[in-house]
Design a protein around this ligand. Structure first.
Ligand code: FE2
Ligand code: FE2
Length: 408
């Protein structure tokens, strides 16, 4: 079957894709890639397996990178506003990624969208002219390689469904297929079908108030920093990677920012930076899981007190608390730690400590840039915001020593 884009290009005998069509397509691609971000951020909090959380962290950043590549190209094309031109039917497809009724439906739903995006990118690549469309071809090729890798992960997860989960997921993906058909497919060029009236589930996704884990990971506490520094080398190393694993709390703060700020008046670059920051924190938690496994220890706990304590604050305060409060507070520990593991000849541990130190510098920069941006027409300064946060946190951490921002 010749699909609509191919038929269009062939009917005009143009042997490539004109600017207007390229713009229409790229706008739709970036919309769907972008719509996956709040969906994955919300479900990151909800899925109980930490391995799935890590995988979603990687996937979320990949969506942001692909959306960014399409958007950067759109800037160079006679394209008009990149977000003001989304048709409601496509918007419904984007929303449905988030509003899956349960985890199997969410995973199967995103898997379907990825498959359909992949097919669209493949077809676009096939009809693009090697010279006239060379820039789009590079973007599509890179996106496809990335997408295929992501799809393989969703395939593995959905292949492991129980018969009951499979049945529920199938009902949900039929609905998504219908939504896509009503929007003329990913390209918008297919013949549009009537939307069936019945949505198979009535509930809308509400992000959990806290970060959920399965029974392997319990709520617990960690020793304060000074106490940790007095442990033996081996004990300290394990203790430090437990703290790395606990960076799930920082990733979760970013997930709530990505999710809650979605409707805020913010430039795309903000979401792009937050997606990067989120992924970094997911990787830091992964450092913990990886190194603990290498040291023969299973991660068994998280301390979510800083996450839970910040949850009633607006996203601006959460961002300020994490980047200009906590990350600045932890920073003096970073360089000595890199040096310490280097001197001990443990370059494997040093690798993780070194990368972490490097990433944290970027996070503080993101914080300064975006807190300043959101305070632009505000009578408050960063310091005022920090006072508000301190006041709020004092009520939660009544027993924290003066000058300490974190119990660990
Ligand atoms: Fe971190
Ligand atoms: Fe960080």
């Amino acid at each position: 079957m010749t699909s609509a884009l191919t038929a269009y290009v062939q009917s005009r005998n143009q042997g490539g894709v004109d600017i207007k069509t390229t713009v229409d397509l790229f706008r739709r691609y970036q919309f769907l890639e972008r719509a996956a971000i709040p969906a994955l951020a919300g479900w990151f909090l909800a899925v109980p397996r930490y391995e799935d959380k890590i995988a979603l962290g990687y996937r979320l950043w990949a969506h942001a990178e692909r959306a960014d590549a399409f958007r950067r190209r759109l800037k160079e094309l006679r394209g008009g506003h990149r977000d003001a031109n989304t048709e409601p039917a496509l918007q419904r497809v984007g929303d449905a990624m988030l509003h899956a009724p349960d985890e199997p439906c969410f995973l199967a739903g995103v898997r379907l969208i990825l498959a359909r995006l992949g097919a669209a990118y493949r077809e676009h690549l096939a009809v693009a002219d090697a010279s006239a469309n060379a820039l789009e071809r590079r973007i599509l090729r890179a996106a496809l390689a990335d997408l295929d890798e992501a799809k393989a992960w969703y395939d593995r997860r959905t292949d492991a469904f129980s018969p009951d989960e499979r049945e529920r997921a199938a009902r949900w993906t039929r609905w998504l297929e219908a939504l896509l058909a009503a929007a003329g497919g990913v390209s918008g060029l297919d013949a549009r079908a009537e939307l069936p009236a019945e949505r198979p589930a009535t509930a809308l996704f509400e992000r959990p108030a806290t970060l959920l884990f399965d029974a392997r990971i319990q709520r617990g506490t960690f020793e304060p920093f000074d106490q940790r520094m007095n442990l033996t080398f081996e004990e300290k190393r394990v203790a430090e990677f437990r703290i790395f694993f606990n960076e799930f709390y920082a990733a979760a703060v970013l997930a709530t920012i990505l999710h809650d700020a979605w409707r805020a008046d913010a430039p795309w670059e903000f979401f792009h930076d937050m997606a990067h920051h989120f992924w970094d924190e997911v990787r830091h938690a992964e450092f913990g899981a990886t190194r603990l496994a290498e040291l023969g220890v299973a991660p068994d706990r998280v301390d979510l007190v800083l996450f839970d304590g910040s949850q009633s604050l607006p996203f601006l305060h959460r961002l300020c608390f994490l980047t200009l409060g906590l990350e600045v507070f932890y920073m003096p520990r970073k360089q000595p730690r890199v040096k310490r593991y280097g001197e001990a000849g443990d370059f494997r541990t040093q690798l993780f400590a070194d990368v972490d130190w490097n990433d944290e510098g970027n996070h503080v920069r993101y914080g300064k840039k975006w807190v300043t941006h959101f305070l632009e027409d505000d009578s408050r300064e960063i310091e005022d915001l920090q006072d508000e946060i301190k006041e709020h946190m004092k009520a939660i951490f009544a027993d924290l020593p003066e000058g300490k921002l974190s119990p660990f």
